[in-house]
Design a protein around this ligand. Structure first.
Ligand SMILES: O=c1ccn([C@@H]2O[C@H](COP(=O)(O)OP(=O)(O)O[C@H]3O[C@H](CO)[C@@H](O)[C@H](O)[C@H]3O)[C@@H](O)[C@H]2O)c(=O)[nH]1
Ligand SMILES: [Mn+2]
Length: 767
């Protein structure tokens, strides 16, 4: 892109100052090191005997275990400090795009994935699709196209999208005429009738609202049986289609190519795809769906930029594609924006984040920090990709020792080996690899290329190719987003963080205990799969272009499941010591006590101030703090065990889709959607056991000190540990005693937890 000095930049990378935070980072680090040094010194001073003469009751192996855990906590702190150290913000100026006659905007293919019409109601997907079709983009009708992948193979979803295509003919012009800001109809109409505006607007608004309500009721009342039996054979392909065993179904629901030459202001094309499934082929969950979307769109429209969103992530900012273009076109070298990721933000989010999954502080502190290193992680949704990056093309600037097949003009044979045997696909890939940003898509009806598109969606298409390895979304992890982003960074690309105001996309955060913990468990399972694979960030930073500090940044997230066993071990030390009348922390009279106390206070104050700085409440801080403990002992721990079993070949990991609620809150009027709910799932066993155990330990400790008068082994530190854990697990205390229905912990869980506690108490007291 030629540039002259007078041109205003499309984007600015603004470093953010954080001197006071850096001092606090170092203060906590020093305290952690002091704690470690003291422990190590005392252990060395009295090998074999009690840990120190002043406190003969301290238990040597508890001190050793504590030393290992605290060393690990120090490492975790260090990698966090690294990630947060140099944050940056990217400011984007889409209004300058219009002034820049030298900048032509590339076409964008927009992908939406859905997998289950029950967990992901079609009306949710339809709203996401409508928000994308109505995006502001010059000649949107020509340059944008929307592809929906339906892993649920549901005629209802297909019907809903067909209806949406009709509705879009009214909705898109309405949004553009009146400058509607949020173009997902359910959000737009939820705010009630507009107060201002002229008569024409009022009339249009009422008419639109009526149309939307009719659309919504048609979709909600659609049932699979009657669709399949419809006389016009419209859904004939779905007859007999098993969700896990059916041929590819592709339907062009709106063809923007058809006889529309010259009419750029039309509505973007809309294509429905349900890829072939067969029990003989692994379908690789979302990553597999993304790869099919990539190939089908290559054959049909072949836009050089691809946007991907989950079915619940509507565009909340109509200018989002323009903001993204500022980052994709606004650098002198495109290596700086291999992909452009918007943070995951949520709509209708519950007050004070009761399930600790709104991730606001993570994004603002960790996200901006990582953005200042090699660049934001790919988050699976709300991301603009360069098609060539997904195809494995390295940035111009990397000087690889090995000659890469992807440079220059690879031969047909080489391309076939990488991308598979479709001639149409290879032709399209050739123009992408050569860096062509403005190849005009063939001026043919999309419908006339459906057969080619079906060919590249077959489940056998990828056999023997590089798809899922060096090309496309990477297979082998439930958390395909982090894995795929790592591959892109390892190729030497950087990424940019897209953070416009209003936020780019909004999605649904799961509510209730089971859904939230299932999501965390899936993430942690996938992360451990990454750590154990040849794509783990340490190997990538040694052998490829993943920068060292970025590698440490990835580890902050990747080690989640590894934290679980160590945090569990540390959480057991307090109750063990109270039960066996020993200690693992310095006594209040010892100098070491002050270090532990200061660490506890400063660490928590630090976190609290982070929440304050992100404009969140004290309640949100506390909810997140305690969810950290709950998630670690439940979801992360189970993920750890699942992957151990998988490694031993005893089980498989599967992608459990998160439920999305159509209206944002699932609970009835008399229920409290922020209150923790339970089911009989094994994830609830360990935290239930920890809750009971800590209560028992405190009771035994108090009894020993007060009634039996034989205290002295355990000190104030052990009591604080157990008391703190009980506070953190308060939702479980409530679930144990009083909760009705899903607010109570089921008996099967209580019994399993009770048995674990009995065994642990027996073991502690006997020792
Ligand atoms: O076999 C599958 C399974 C899932 N999906 C889609 O994948 C998306 C994400 O699934 P969801 O259940 O909503 O997971 P979340 O935990 O909300 O997703 C986060 O975490 C995932 C990785 O675990 C990322 O892929 C997502 O983009 C990210 O938002 C949804 O659109 C699904 O329809 C498929 O297309 N096929
Ligand atoms: Mn989701």
């Amino acid at each position: 892109m030629a540039k002259s000095a007078t041109k205003l930049p499309l984007q600015e990378r603004v470093p953010l100052r954080r001197t006071a935070w850096k001092l606090a980072d170092l203060a906590v680090l020093s305290l952690l090191l002091a704690l470690l040094a003291r422990r190590a010194a005392l252990l060395l001073a009295a090998p074999g005997t009690g840990v120190n003469a002043a406190a003969p009751s301290s238990c040597t192996w508890c001190w050793l275990a504590a030393l290992v855990c605290e060393a690990w906590f120090t490492v975790v702190w260090l990698i966090n400090v690294n990630a947060k150290w140099n944050p940056v913000r990217f400011d984007t100026h889409p209004e300058r795009l219009a002034e820049r006659t030298d900048v032509e905007l590339p076409a964008v293919d927009m992908f939406v994935t859905t997998a289950d019409p029950k967990l992901e109601p079609p009306i949710v997907t339809v709203n996401t699709v409508l928000s994308l079709l109505a995006l502001d983009y010059p000649t949107a009708g020509k340059k944008l196209a929307c592809y929906v992948s339906d892993d649920g193979c549901s005629p209802v979803t297909c019907f809903a999208l067909r209806e949406a295509a009709e509705f879009a003919k009214l909705w898109v012009p309405f949004c553009k005429k009146h400058g509607v800001s949020v173009r997902a109809p359910f959000v737009y109409f939820s705010s009630g009738a507009p107060e201002r505006g002229d008569g024409e607007f009022q009339r249009d608004w009422t008419a639109m609202k009526n149309e939307y309500e009719k659309l919504a009721s048609r979709i909600e009342n659609a049932d699979e049986e009657s669709l399949l039996r419809r006389g016009d054979g419209e859904f004939a392909e779905f007859v007999g289609a098993e969700r896990r065993d059916h041929p590819t179904i592709i339907k062009v629901l709106w063809d923007n190519g058809k006889g529309k030459a010259g009419d750029g202001d039309g509505i973007p094309g809309l294509i429905y795809i349900s890829r072939e499934k067969s029990p003989r082929h692994h379908h690789h969950f979302k990553a597999g769906a993304m790869n099919v979307l990539t190939r089908v769109s290559a054959v049909l429209t072949n836009a050089p930029i691809m946007l991907n969103v989950d079915c619940d992530m509507f565009a909340n900012n109509a200018q989002v594609a323009l903001h993204a273009m500022c980052l994709l076109l606004g650098f002198d070298d495109e290596v700086h924006s291999g992909f452009v990721q918007a943070p995951q933000k949520f709509y209708g989010a519950l007050k004070d984040d009761p399930f600790g999954n709104q991730l606001e502080v993570i994004y603002e502190k960790l996200g901006f920090g990582i953005a200042g290193l090699q660049g934001m992680f790919y988050g699976g949704t709300g991301c603009f990709h360069r098609r060539k990056v997904i195809y494995g093309v390295p940035p111009e600037s990397t000087t690889d020792v090995q000659p890469t097949r992807m440079r220059g003009s690879p031969s047909y044979k080489e391309l076939q080996k990488m991308f598979g045997s479709s001639t149409e696909f290879i032709e399209s890939a050739r123009s992408i690899i050569s860096g062509e940003m403005f190849a005009t898509a063939p001026a043919v009806d999309l419908s006339s290329r459906v057969e080619e598109a079906k060919q590249v969606s077959n489940c056998s298409y990828e056999a023997g190719t590089n798809w899922g390895q060096e090309v496309g979304w990477v297979y082998g992890s439930m958390t395909e987003d982090i894995l795929t982003g790592q591959r892109v960074h390892a190729a030497g690309w950087r990424s940019a963080l897209l953070n416009p105001n209003p936020p780019a996309f909004l999605g649904a955060a799961p509510t209730g205990g089971p859904a939230s913990l299932t999501q965390y468990k899936r993430w942690a399972t996938g992360l451990l799969e990454i750590i154990l694979s040849r794509n783990n960030p340490i190997l990538l930073s040694i052998s490829k272009h993943l920068e060292f500090r970025q590698c440490l940044g990835y580890l902050v997230i990747d080690v989640w499941p590894l934290r679980a066993p160590l945090e569990l071990c540390y959480a057991l030390l307090g109750p063990y010591c109270l039960l066996s009348n020993q200690s693992f922390l310095p006594k209040a009279s010892e100098p070491g006590f002050i270090i532990a106390l200061a660490l506890f206070l400063i660490y928590n104050a630090y976190n609290f101030l982070e929440y304050k700085e992100c404009r969140l409440s004290a309640r949100a801080w506390w909810n997140n703090l305690r969810m950290q403990r709950i998630v670690s002992s439940s979801a992360w721990l189970l993920a750890f065990l699942t992957v151990v079993l998988k490694t031993l070949g005893l089980s498989e990991t599967v992608f459990e889709v998160t439920r999305k609620d159509a209206d944002g809150d699932a609970a009835g009027a008399d229920e409290d959607p922020g209150r923790f709910t339970f089911d009989a799932s094994p994830v609830f066993v360990p935290p239930t056991a920890l809750t009971i155990l800590n209560l028992v330990a405190i009771a035994v400790g108090v009894w020993r000190a007060v009634v039996a008068g034989a205290g002295g082994g355990a000190g104030v530190g052990e009591f604080v540990c157990c008391g703190w854990l009980v506070l953190c697990f308060w939702p479980f205390v409530r679930g144990l005693v009083g909760g009705k229905g899903s607010y109570g912990i089921p008996w099967s869980v209580k019994i399993k937890a009770g048995l674990l506690v009995a065994a642990f108490v027996h073991f502690s007291i006997r020792n």
